[in-house]
Ligand binder design. Structure first.
Ligand SMILES: C[S@@+](CC[C@H](N)C(=O)[O-])C[C@H]1O[C@@H](n2cnc3c(N)ncnc32)[C@H](O)[C@@H]1O
Length: 232
C-alpha cells in the first residue's frame, strides 16, 4: 500500500516528541540486538524507518542492511550512517536482488500492518530466500483483530508516563486524531492478523514458526513471531 510509504516519507507526527522518537528507536535496537546470536551475524532490518539507533545494532553484528522503501527516509539513512562501514542502506528492490542464503537475521517490525496480505506474502518469499538455513526471521508488532485503537492509545500513554513525556503523548494523540494518519487509518485501515492466522500464513510461506513471549517495542498488546526455514 504505497499511501503508507508516502505517509512515512512525509513530515508526519507519529512520534509525539524527540524524546519519544529517540526512545522508540533505542528500544527497537535493544530488542533487535536481543535476537542477534553472534557478532559475525549479517542482519537485515526490513522497512527500518529512521532507525536512529542502528549504530548500536551494527556494533553487535558484522553487517547491517537497512532496507527502507520511502526514498526520503532512505536518503536520511544514507547521510546518517555514511561513516559506519558496517551499515549498508538498501531499497526493497535492492533487497530482492541480494544473494540467496546470505542473511542470519531478518527483522520486520511494525510493517506488516501497512501491507496488503499479498504484499506480505511476497515479502515473506523474498525473506525466506535470503535467510541462511540456520537464519531467523523476526516479525514484530502484529496487530490482532480483537485489539482496537484504544489499546494503542493506552500503550502510548503508558510509554509516556514511564519515560516522562505523558503531556507530549496527550498532545500528540490530539494532533494524531486530526492528522493524515487518522484519515489514512480510517480510510485504508491497518492489516490485522489473529495469532493462528499469522502462524498459518508463515507456515504456508515455508517457515517453522512460534510466537515470542513478548512483542518488540513498547506495545504489549501486539505480537511478535520468530520463524526459520521449515525442515524440508
Ligand atoms: C511504523 S514504521 C516502522 C519502522 C521500523 N521498522 C520501526 O520498528 O520503528 C513503518 C515502516 O513501514 C514502511 N512501509 C509502509 N508501507 C509499506 C509497504 N506497503 N511495504 C513495505 N514497507 C512499508 C514505511 O516506509 C516505514 O518505514
Amino acid at each position: 500500500m504505497d499511501e503508507w510509504i508516502d505517509y512515512y516519507d512525509s513530515t508526519h507526527t507519529i512520534y509525539v516528541s524527540k524524546l519519544h522518537r529517540d526512545l522508540h528507536f533505542q528500544i527497537i535496537a535493544r530488542d533487535i540486538i536481543g535476537y542477534i546470536s553472534s557478532p559475525d551475524a549479517v542482519v537485515l532490518d526490513y522497512a527500518c524507518g529512521e532507525a536512529l539507533s542502528a549504530g548500536q545494532v551494527a556494533d553487535a553484528c558484522a553487517r547491517l542492511y537497512l532496507a527502507e522503501p520511502a526514498p526520503g527516509v532512505r536518503g536520511r539513512l544514507i547521510a546518517r550512517f555514511a561513516a559506519n562501514t558496517k551499515i549498508q542502506v538498501r531499497s526493497l528492490d535492492d533487497v530482492r536482488e541480494m544473494a540467496e542464503g546470505s542473511v542470519d537475521l531478518v527483522v520486520m517490525n511494525s510493517v506488516a500492518q501497512y501491507m496488503t496480505p499479498d504484499e506480505l506474502d511476497a515479502a515473506f518469499a523474498v525473506i525466506r530466500r535470503l535467510l541462511k538455513p540456520s537464519g531467523r526471521f523476526v516479525l514484530g508488532d502484529i496487530l490482532r483483530p480483537e485489539v482496537g485503537m484504544a489499546r494503542d492509545v493506552a500503550a502510548l500513554l503508558g510509554f509516556g508516563a514511564r519515560h516522562g513525556f505523558l503531556k507530549d503523548a496527550l498532545l500528540g494523540l490530539i494532533s494524531t486524531a486530526l492528522s493524515d494518519y487518522r484519515q489514512l487509518r480510517t480510510r485504508i485501515g491497518l492489516q490485522r492478523y489473529g495469532e493462528e492466522e499469522m502462524l498459518k500464513k508463515l507456515a504456508a510461506a515455508g517457515f517453522a514458526v512460534s510466537r515470542a513471549p513478548r512483542n518488540i517495542g513498547h506495545n504489549p498488546w501486539r505480537m511478535t513471531f520468530v520463524a526459520h526455514h521449515a525442515p524440508t
